[in-house]
Design a protein around this ligand. Structure first.
Ligand SMILES: [Zn+2]
Length: 269
């Protein structure tokens, strides 16, 4: 009863009828979170207890626990939250991630998001420490739904203020944001989609960081990125739609009114 796995388990299955082995959402999502945590740990995006992952299923949020190392987390350690952040079920002795407010607020304002990956991965966090947004130094930035990955202002980890800062810097349908002096957040329509975005962001951050060490990186122009998006539109409609849509609302919400980039407002150096 206390292992946190009883939420969906067994309903109607203890009536003497032949056992049915049904892997429901509850079991599947827990297994996915454990496997994804281990994968990101092995790839260096997560380090022991830092970072956290979650998946939204209906009106519940499955989230990794606080202060447990990823190679020791089991399916029963995954906490289940209501969308308001209150605990629906959680194993005794385990607490949901301290970044619960960030995850829940993101789900609240982003109906397109079904999974969130938060890491302190090296290159992304280095740029976040420097307060450097990542411009379009490589065309693959389009997969993140933006032409510049912004930096959300710093606030203490685990606070509602940090959650609000991320929300305000993370305009739909952008899939990635840096957190000043902290790390990064990536999202997707599935856990794999969010993890892929986190890996893409870390790769892009590494490119930008190394390019800065050598000289002044070339940044792709609006026209060049528009061409990329047009090619994506033919090949991967969902990605292209996300990338194109990311620009329009950002431009519309700023005074520039440009149909493309939001302008240099976030451009530090
Ligand atoms: Zn963190």
């Amino acid at each position: 009863m206390s292992d946190g796995r009883d939420m969906n388990a067994g309903t109607g299955m203890n009536d003497g009828s032949p056992p049915r082995r049904v892997i429901g959402d509850d079991e599947r999502v827990r297994a996915e979170l454990v496997a994804c945590g281990q994968k990101l740990l092995s790839r260096g995006l997560l380090t022991q207890t830092s970072g956290n992952l979650s998946v939204r299923v209906g009106d519940k949020v499955y989230i990794t626990p606080s202060s447990l190392e990823y190679d020791h987390i089991g399916p029963g350690d995954i906490a289940v939250l209501n969308l308001d952040g209150s605990v629906s079920s959680c194993r005794t002795g385990v607490s949901p991630s301290s970044e619960t407010p960030l995850h829940c607020l993101t789900y609240e304002v982003r109906p397109d998001v079904a999974a969130i990956v938060h890491t302190h991965s090296g290159y992304a966090t280095t740029l976040a420490v420097l307060g450097l947004p990542i411009p379009a130094v490589h065309y693959m930035i389009a997969v993140l739904g933006v032409t510049e990955v912004p930096v959300a202002p710093y606030a203490t980890y685990g606070t509602e203020q940090l959650a609000r800062n991320v929300r305000d810097s993370f305009t739909a349908p952008a899939r990635a944001v840096l957190l000043a002096n902290h790390g990064m957040v990536a999202v997707g329509h599935s856990l794999k989609h969010a993890a892929d975005a986190a890996e893409s962001l870390e790769h892009l951050a590494g490119l930008y960081y190394r390019a800065l060490l050598v000289g002044k990186p070339n940044v792709l122009s609006d026209a060049q990125m528009a061409e990329v998006i047009n090619k994506y539109r033919a090949k991967v409609p969902a990605v292209a739609t996300a990338a194109a849509a990311a620009m329009a609302p950002m431009a519309a919400s700023t005074s520039e009114g440009s149909a493309f980039l939001p302008g240099p407002a976030g451009g530090t150096t």
